[in-house]
Design a protein around this ligand. Structure first.
Ligand SMILES: C[S@@+](CC[C@H](N)C(=O)[O-])C[C@H]1O[C@@H](n2cnc3c(N)ncnc32)[C@H](O)[C@@H]1O
Length: 218
């Protein structure tokens, strides 16, 4: 049993429930993605406590160096309690956590995931793209620069923009050529984005973007 739950005098250990109350619930984001093309296996480097993908996806591997995240995911009963009543049918079956640095080789086979998630976590694409299947989707936002780097990668193309409003998520698959147009063309430089660790400003904004390999029809 988790030590903090044995001693009511101590602060409650952080969980998805507590994290969700500060960042919001992203379950609908993954339900919306699943509604378009149901991912079965997702990899989420830099997940911290964001369990939301498991509400819509059967198998999710979470990766983080943070000790609080490691403690949380080690407490299976707490994770299951957090998911209780929140999963779509067939979701949340396999949940695993790797307490490691995603920039180092991960103990998972190449091309074994059909969704790679990069939200507020750094250059996930550069370090984890080998784990995504050729037909897979890469979900990224610009916060730490990852979607901006993906936009400059000729091996990727945009398949959807994700919009968020008041906790509701919507996928836009039309007018994609209106997105990821830099406000300042000179800012679209991969080395500068990497160095600064943040994305660039675009003429039209979105919460996140979905990319897939060039040549993939889906
Ligand atoms: C700002 S939090 C975002 C958490 C979550 N993705 C979200 O959107 O709410 C970034 C997380 O990425 C983790 N992280 C950053 N670099 C990492 C790395 N190289 N390997 C593993 N985890 C990393 C941090 O420990 C932290 O928990």
């Amino acid at each position: 049993m988790n030590a903090s739950r044995q001693d009511p005098g101590r602060r409650k250990a952080p969980s998805w429930a507590s994290y969700r109350s500060s960042i919001g619930d992203r379950s609908e984001l993954f339900a919306t993605l699943s509604g378009v093309r149901r991912p079965t296996k997702a990899l989420y480097p830099g997940s911290y406590l964001d369990l939301s993908p498991s509400t819509a996806i059967p198998t999710v591997t979470f990766v983080d160096t943070d000790r609080r995240a490691a403690r949380y995911f080690a407490d299976d009963a707490l994770v299951r309690a957090d998911l209780q009543g929140r999963t779509l049918p067939g979701a949340g079956i396999d949940i695993s956590f790797l307490h490691t640095d995603y920039t180092t080789p991960l103990p998972i086979p190449p091309a074994s995931f059909d969704l790679l998630i990069s939200l507020y976590a750094g250059p996930v694409w550069e370090h984890c793209q080998q784990y995504l299947s050729p037909q897979g989707w890469f979900l990224a936002n610009t916060s730490h620069g990852d979607a901006s780097l993906a936009a400059l990668d000729p091996s990727l193309r945009l398949v959807a923009a994700v919009h968020e409003r008041d906790g509701r998520y919507r996928l836009n698959t039309g007018d994609l050529d209106h997105y990821l147009i830099p406000k300042r063309a000179s800012a679209a430089d991969p080395d500068t984005i990497r160095h600064q660790g943040r994305g660039i400003a675009y003429t039209k904004t979105a919460f996140a973007y979905v990319f897939t390999a060039v040549g993939n029809q889906h």
